[in-house]
Design a protein around this ligand. Structure first.
Ligand SMILES: [Zn+2]
Length: 377
């Protein structure tokens, strides 16, 4: 099989403008859109020589996934569990079909000219699958292809660093992952696995057969009003999930818990893993005083009480992907307070939590586990 080769977009103005990289070179399953240099680097990845890619084995439809994609009342298509799924179970692992650098600047992007030209390079069934994804934007708002992109994209990171540099972020479209609908209390978490260049969902809790598999599209740690506004602005729908259906005092309580969680950290955190918290823990174990653990002008005791309250709220709101980070934060605070045995207990909970959220082979989970092992074992 000949190695993948970048192709310049028709109107490309030099190496910084859009170049396409269809992979593999015959019957392409993925197409990248990036600068010349980046596409040349991506073309060299060992991953593309894997026999699984050309045989199409990587595609989730070739395995027996624990869900089906079907139409859901008032939501278009969605993913529904076809059997019971256990907390921590891998629900799907999928390579994106279309990947575009978020920082690429091209006058043709808005009209969808770049997208269409890139999709035309794909094998016909891959191109058809992308064209069949939902577009929640009106034609006058966004033409077909960029509308489909805006409705369905995920972040992926072309980096191995623990906290990805967002300049390295790309937007990806997946044929199956992009079918998942939004909820404000997700039962799965998306994570991107750089080494296999695949997006995955892991179950955050036990999921029953027949239950919809849903993710978060946007910020969860904001009140009902702001969540509705965000989702209408970015995705053109109003959310009718469990927490969004609450009224009166119940809604006020939910808003209070989410706002509390948002105020807990500065900047507010959204998702479970944090290299900064790990680094704080590591330094505290070295005997350093680390003011960032408890925050400016606050004692570790006060902060610990707040984090424990946050843990309870996150469980009550079913925002489970955030929990490992708070558990690890508790561990760092307990080290600072000289309570190392309790700290170990919380660090292990945090480690097991991140493994549940991302799988034990994820870069983050392995890194997390190493810091905890070096510290306590
Ligand atoms: Zn909602």
């Amino acid at each position: 099989m000949s190695p993948p080769t970048p192709v310049a977009h028709d109107s490309a103005q030099g190496p910084e403008s859009a170049h396409f990289l269809p992979i593999p070179s015959t019957k392409p399953q993925i197409v990248f859109v990036d600068t010349l240099e980046n596409t040349q680097n991506i073309a060299k990845w060992d991953l593309w020589s894997s026999p699984a890619l050309s045989s199409g084995e990587w595609h989730p439809s070739r395995t027996s996934p624990p869900f089906e994609v079907r139409s859901i009342e008032n939501k278009g298509m969605g993913m529904v569990a076809s059997r019971a799924i256990k907390a921590g179970e891998l629900v799907i692992s999928e390579m994106p079909t279309f990947v575009i650098r978020g920082t690429l600047e091209e006058p043709d992007l808005k009209q969808g000219i770049i997208h269409s030209a890139a999709w035309d390079l794909l094998a016909p069934e891959r191109r058809e699958a992308l064209l069949s994804l939902a577009n929640s934007f009106a034609p006058e708002d966004q033409a077909h292809v960029p509308g489909t992109h805006s409705t369905n994209w995920y972040h992926s990171s072309i980096t191995e660093r623990v906290e990805p540099d967002h300049a390295l972020d790309v937007h990806s479209l997946y044929e199956t992952l992009s079918r998942a609908n939004h909820t404000c209390s997700p039962n799965v978490q998306y994570s991107f696995h750089w080494d296999i260049f695949s997006g995955q969902f892991h179950a955050l809790r036990d999921i029953e057969a027949g239950e919809e598999i849903s993710i978060q599209y946007w910020a969860l740690l904001v009140d009902w009003e702001e969540r509705q506004k965000d989702l209408v602005d970015h995705f053109r729908f109003s959310c009718t999930c469990g927490p969004c259906s609450l009224t009166g005092e119940a809604r006020a309580q939910s808003d209070k818990r989410r706002t509390f969680l948002s105020d807990l950290a500065d900047p507010p955190f959204e998702y479970g893993f944090s290299a900064a918290v790990l680094e704080d823990l590591r330094r505290a174990l070295n005997g350093d005083t680390v003011p960032s653990i408890s925050g400016e002008g606050t004692s570790p005791e006060e902060t610990l009480a707040k984090v424990k309250q946050g843990l309870q709220y996150a469980e009550e709101e079913n925002i489970l992907a955030h929990i490992p980070r708070m558990q690890l934060w508790s561990a760092a605070l307990l080290v600072q307070l000289g309570r190392k045995e309790e700290a170990k207990e919380w660090a292990l909970k945090g480690r097991d939590g991140i493994i549940r959220v991302e799988g034990d082979d994820s870069y983050n989970a392995k890194y997390f586990a190493k810091v905890v092992r070096d510290a306590f074992e």
